[in-house]
Design a protein around this ligand. Structure first.
Ligand code: HEC
Length: 164
C-alpha cells in the first residue's frame, strides 16, 4: 500500500510538471492545419516582406543611402575602368559618380539617361549591371554584381535616386 501511494504521488508530480508551462502568455500559439505564419504573424496570411524588408511595404520607403551603400559597390567593382572618366566616358569615382549618372544623357546609348530617377528599367546603369539592353553587361568581362547589389541599385533608382 505504501508503495502504491508513492506510485500515485509520482504520477501526480509528473503530470503537474508537464503541465506547469501551460498558460504561459509568452508561448506563441501555433497555426492550425500546418498553416504558415506570414510576416504579419497571420496564419495562412499573404503578407510578404518587400525589398526593404518591411512587411507589406511598397518597396519604396527604405531610403537606400547613396554614399554608404551605392558608391562602395562602384568603388570595389567598377573603378578599375571607370575612374577619371575613361571607359564609356563614365567616371564612377567617389565625389564625381552621382553627377555623372543622375539625369545625364548617355553619349553612347542616347537618348537614354544613365540614371532616370524612379525608373530603373529605363536607366542605362541598371541595364548595364543587370545584363538587359545597352550592350555588354558590367563589370565588363565579369565577375558580375551579386543579385543583392543589383537589387539595391534598382531600389535606389526607384526611390528617386537620392543624393544622400
Ligand atoms: C574591365 C573594365 C570595366 C569594368 C570593371 C566596368 N566597366 Fe563599365 N564600361 C567599360 C567599357 C569599356 C565601357 C564602354 C563600352 C560599353 O558601353 O559597353 C563601359 C560602359 C559602361 C556604362 C555606359 C556608359 C555610357 O553612358 O555609355 C555604364 C553605365 C557602365 N559601364 C557601368 C559600369 C558599372 C556600374 C561597373 C561596376 C559594377 C562597371 N561599369 C565596371 C568597362 C568596364
Amino acid at each position: 500500500m505504501r508503495l502504491f501511494k508513492l506510485f500515485l504521488c509520482g504520477i501526480f508530480l509528473a503530470a503537474f510538471w508537464s503541465c506547469s508551462d501551460l498558460g504561459d502568455p509568452y508561448v506563441e500559439a501555433e497555426c492550425p492545419d500546418d498553416q504558415i505564419k506570414d510576416c504579419a504573424g497571420v496564419c495562412g496570411g499573404t503578407a510578404v516582406l518587400d525589398e526593404c524588408d518591411i512587411c507589406s511595404g511598397d518597396g519604396l520607403t527604405c531610403n537606400v543611402d547613396y554614399s554608404t551603400q551605392i558608391q562602395p559597390i562602384f568603388t570595389s567593382n567598377c573603378n578599375g575602368c571607370h575612374i577619371g572618366g575613361t571607359s564609356g566616358g563614365l567616371n564612377l569615382s567617389v565625389g564625381s559618380s552621382y553627377n555623372n549618372l543622375v539625369n545625364v544623357t548617355s553619349p553612347n546609348y542616347s537618348p537614354a539617361l544613365r540614371v532616370n530617377p524612379s525608373s530603373a528599367s529605363t536607366s542605362v546603369l541598371w541595364n548595364k549591371i543587370a545584363g538587359g539592353t545597352n550592350g555588354s553587361q558590367m563589370p565588363m568581362n565579369g565577375p558580375y554584381l551579386s543579385q543583392a547589389d543589383i537589387d539595391l541599385i534598382e531600389t535606389w533608382i526607384n526611390e528617386g535616386a537620392q543624393d544622400n
